[in-house]
Design a protein around this ligand. Structure first.
Ligand code: MN
Length: 319
């Protein structure tokens, strides 16, 4: 709790042994202390939540989750991973909730797994990481997933993963060697995930599915800051009619995962309003303490603080 307000953190990761073993090395080297935390859905995690007053973590698998699984094993494995996540949440039902992983290599199966995960396992939505075999998720073959999410009234959280190898080479060499995070959290993740979000809107997905809800981490991957320019440029002569601002501010929600910046909060509040902003840490890649220390500094009303720390999450995830 923070000043009697419950605190829900939305983008908090774990690793499933079977899935992470299958993907070993896919997302780079992990230190021991990180590994220990990723594999803990109990004592250590709860202790670090209690130390700062985080009441609930919504758990999701770390990147690239199921999006880089071999298609021939993805469907069966994601079922097992989601079953195990549901069991872990059930052991601490007041402290943990979950976002399902989806076998997006098989979109129809992914839509069915989303339905099963929500209806039978009590998941609060799904998280999709990066691209599926090099394809952005605005491709119409994935729309069955969003149709199901809209029908179930659950969000899909679009999370970064290691960028496409061609992009890594063209955009970030030779700097990735001395500054490995430039390909990842420092910039590469942002570019790819913001591009994913822009493409979802350009595809006109939200015209067909106006109630489909998307969540972006990292304060919307720069999009609240860029919104005016994107919207204005897309309205210049020679363009089809596109209400980019309308879709972004209605269908998208952003979280503060790994981005505890007051200027970023102000930009997001001004462009999207407080109903669309939710607290998140990105544990264990980022620690809980700086997140909650930053919250203490925010000069916002009690009403906005309540929406931000848990009110919006309760509503959107039906917690
Ligand atoms: Mn994350």
């Amino acid at each position: 709790m923070f000043r009697n307000i419950p605190v829900i953190a939305l983008e908090e990761h774990y690793w499933d042994k079977e899935l992470a073993t299958e993907l070993a090395g896919a997302e780079g080297i992990r230190g021991d202390s990180l590994l220990k935390r990723l594999y803990d859905i109990g004592e250590l995690r709860l202790q670090e939540m209690d130390e700062v007053g985080i009441d609930v973590q919504v758990l999701s698998h770390g990147a690239p989750s199921a999006q880089k699984l071999r298609p021939e094993i993805a469907v069966d494995m994601t079922r097992r991973v989601n079953d195990r996540l549901a069991e872990a949440c059930a052991r601490h039902p007041t402290r943990f909730a979950g976002f399902a992983c989806l076998p997006t290599a098989h979109p129809e199966a992914a839509a069915r797994e989303l339905e099963r995960a929500v209806k039978q396992l009590g998941m609060k939505g799904a998280m999709i990481h990066g691209l599926t075999n090099g394809v952005f998720h605005d491709d119409q073959k994935f729309w069955c997933i969003y149709e199901t999410a809209e029908k179930l009234d659950v969000p899909v959280y679009f999370h970064p993963a290691w960028p496409h190898p061609d992009v890594e080479k063209a955009y970030y060499e030779p700097y990735g060697k001395d500054f490995p995070q430039v390909v990842r959290a420092a910039w590469g993740y942002t570019v790819e995930t913001a591009t994913q979000a822009i493409r979802l809107i350009l595809s006109r997905l939200f015209e067909k599915h106006p109630n489909f809800k998307v969540i972006l981490g990292h304060f919307g991957e720069t999009l609240p800051y860029q919104l005016w320019r994107i919207d204005q440029a897309l309205r210049r002569p020679g363009h089809d009619i596109m209400d980019f601002r309308g879709h972004f501010t209605r269908n998208f929600h952003v979280t503060t995962s790994g981005h505890f910046s007051t200027p970023a909060l102000v930009a997001s509040m001004m462009e999207m309003g407080m109903d669309h902003i939710m607290f998140s840490v990105d544990w264990p890649f980022v620690s809980n303490k700086p997140g909650m220390k930053w919250v203490e500094t925010l000069q916002i009303s009690n009403e906005d603080m309540t929406k931000f720390l848990s009110g919006n999450a309760k509503k959107i995830l039906k917690l």
